[in-house]
Design a protein around this ligand. Structure first.
Ligand code: MG
Length: 252
């Protein structure tokens, strides 16, 4: 049983944990996060770019200056981190792919997709998205409706086959499955564990005072790296699960 009172920093994954994949947080989640920010620091880590956080999370929150200084955002799966000062966004650190790395990853995707990806009859938007510090594959395309996504690869076998092929070509990168249809690639060492350790260092909060919450803590999942940091990790099945957890934390 986790001792929530000691936890000064709560780190959340975004998609599948705080919000449905690529959707905004709902009003109940909004209230819970606002309440949580009154007493705890909160870091949200996701593979998405800033715009994704803005639409899914930041635009929905009504925060006082005191709450806003407790909120931190890590994009690119932990590659870059931001905080707020007097209402303005400030970069804490940033790591993006250089040209050579980007080419290498795109070539590896071409190889892996030729070998192990059967393009569905209907796709929605780009299959490969360059997010600066992360390159992401989405089996049905970036804009696919959630219900289609949930049907595409529920046992993760389709993506695992692609991951094996990617590992042949780019073992020197982080390769993780996330969401319902995606595979995320970041620089070696620039994963959620990197984000968690940086948050601990830069905010001066020991690892034992941090709780990590995510829906993909399973082997190969994009939250799995959190486990290696030694912070307490709480796996959630869906956002309703996360809401129950936040209520428990707030009540203490
Ligand atoms: Mg997730």
């Amino acid at each position: 049983m986790t001792d929530f009172i000691k936890k000064r920093l709560i780190i959340f994954d975004l998609d599948g944990t705080l919000a449905q994949s690529k959707s905004s947080i709902d009003s109940e989640m909004q209230c819970l996060i606002e309440e949580l920010l009154k007493t705890r620091k909160v870091l949200v880590i996701s593979g998405g770019k800033w715009r994704q956080f803005k639409v899914q999370l930041l635009d929905k929150l009504n925060l006082s200056p005191e709450q806003l200084v407790n909120l931190f955002i890590a994009t690119g799966g932990g590659s870059s981190m931001y905080r707020f000062e007097e209402g303005e966004v400030r970069e804490m650190y940033s790591n993006v792919f250089d040209h050579e790395e980007r080419e290498k990853v795109l070539e590896a995707f071409k190889y892996a997709m030729d070998a192990a990806y059967e393009k569905p009859e209907k796709t929605y938007g780009d299959i490969i998205e360059d997010r600066g510090s992360q390159i992401t594959f989405s089996g049905l395309g970036q804009e696919a409706p959630l219900e289609e996504k949930n049907k595409w690869d529920p046992d993760r076998k389709k993506r695992q086959a692609i991951v094996y092929k990617l590992m042949e070509k780019i073992p020197d990168f982080e390769i993780h499955m996330g969401g319902a249809t995606s595979i995320d690639i970041t620089q070696k060492g620039k994963d959620k564990a990197f984000g968690i350790r940086n948050a601990s260092d830069r905010l001066g909060i020991p690892l034992e005072n941090i709780l990590y919450v995510g829906d993909a803590l399973y082997p190969g999942g994009n939250d799995e790296p959190a486990l290696e940091t030694g912070v307490d990790c709480q796996a959630v099945k869906d956002i309703e699960n996360t809401k129950r957890l936040i209520k428990e934390i707030i009540s203490q």
